[in-house]
Design a protein around this ligand. Structure first.
Ligand SMILES: NC(=O)c1ccc[n+]([C@@H]2O[C@H](COP(=O)([O-])OP(=O)(O)OC[C@H]3O[C@@H](n4cnc5c(N)ncnc54)[C@H](OP(=O)(O)O)[C@@H]3O)[C@@H](O)[C@H]2O)c1
Length: 284
């Protein structure tokens, strides 16, 4: 078995865990519980967003975990309504109860996204964000931003899983050392992906579940992965992927599932709606 890595190096020299806990669609109570329990069992990365309306809860989970803040890689995202709010970063930090985050994204290429990106660059320079990223900026959006950024982002967070491996995007991001962080890594819980016979077969071979096999595939693709869960048993299983390695042949067979098939199709109309919506942030 090859050496097991748990951290990946980013294009600015800092390190990020290969796996973290995602909190999309988790209520504040669920997010607090999942974050606290994940950190207690060894996770060292948490992904949230302004739009999930659970940043305060994630902050409580982080504090209650008892894990030293400096050991945790905290990722959050500015929503488009905040791109032109000059206090957006400070308000985000206040909700989290932190004085810096490890990764700050702009969530969508909607509204004045260049103003949003400039806020990330400012936060990076001021030490309020140790790394920065773009989310859902595939295709024409990353191409347009490429001419304008002053700081190359460390991450792009996009839908990625064995049915949709972001082959085209990687041709742009790989030469720039921009890492992919996979959302919907388990297909948002879709039973079809997890029931693909190859994952049961490989799971038997390595003594792992289909979900663990899929998550292992992500990190061997060089992706950072943030499976979401409100179930402590799943959270525990999802972290138990660092002690085995899929072979080259396994990876090639999984590659055959790539059909360029997304679960989530965003329209231009949705982007305009995103620009006009402001999250009802938690008050406490
Ligand atoms: N940037 C973006 O626009 C964007 C969009 C979507 C998501 N994200 C981020 O990416 C993260 C991951 O995406 P996601 O949470 O939507 O989808 P996901 O991680 O692909 O799937 C989550 C679903 O899978 C289930 N699940 C988790 N572990 C499992 C296991 N071991 N066995 C069986 N079922 C399992 C969960 O149910 P249980 O709760 O029952 O475990 C939940 O229903 C999010 O939480 C969020 O942080 C970002």
């Amino acid at each position: 078995m090859k050496e097991v890595k748990e951290m990946m190096k980013l294009n600015n020299g800092i390190e990020c865990p290969e796996i973290g806990i995602g909190t999309y669609m988790l209520t504040p109570e669920q997010a607090e519980n999942s974050v606290r329990e994940a950190l207690r069992m060894g996770y060292r990365m948490v992904d949230t967003a302004n739009a999930y309306v659970n940043e305060r809860a994630c902050g409580r989970g982080i504090r209650d975990s008892g894990v030293d803040r400096k050991e945790i890689f905290v990722s959050t995202k500015l929503w488009p309504s905040e791109y032109t709010n000059p206090n957006a970063v400070d308000e985000t930090l206040e909700r989290l109860g932190l004085d810096y985050v490890d990764l700050l994204y702009i969530h969508q290429p909607a509204g004045d996204w260049l103003a949003g990106y400039r806020q990330l660059e400012k936060a990076y320079r001021e030490g309020k964000a140790r790394s920065i990223g773009i989310s859902n900026f595939e295709g024409k959006y990353i191409e347009s931003l490429k001419d304008k950024w002053e700081i190359v982002p460390q991450f792009i967070q996009v839908e990625a899983h064995p049915y949709f491996t972001q082959r085209e995007l990687r041709q742009t991001t790989d030469p720039l050392g921009i890492r992919i962080m996979s959302w919907y890594p388990l297909g948002h819980g879709d039973s079809r992906l997890m029931s693909e016979p190859i994952f049961a077969e490989l799971g038997r071979k390595y003594g792992k579940t289909p979900a663990q096999t899929i998550l292992r595939w992500h990190i061997q693709m060089g992706f950072s992965v943030i499976p979401g869960s409100r179930n402590v048993a799943h959270i525990k299983d999802n972290f138990d992927i660092l002690d085995f390695e899929l072979s080259e042949d396994d990876m090639s067979r999984i590659a055959e599932l790539d059909r360029g098939e997304r679960y989530y199709h965003r329209t231009d109309e949705q982007l305009s709606q995103f620009a006009g919506w402001r999250p009802s942030f938690e008050q406490r």
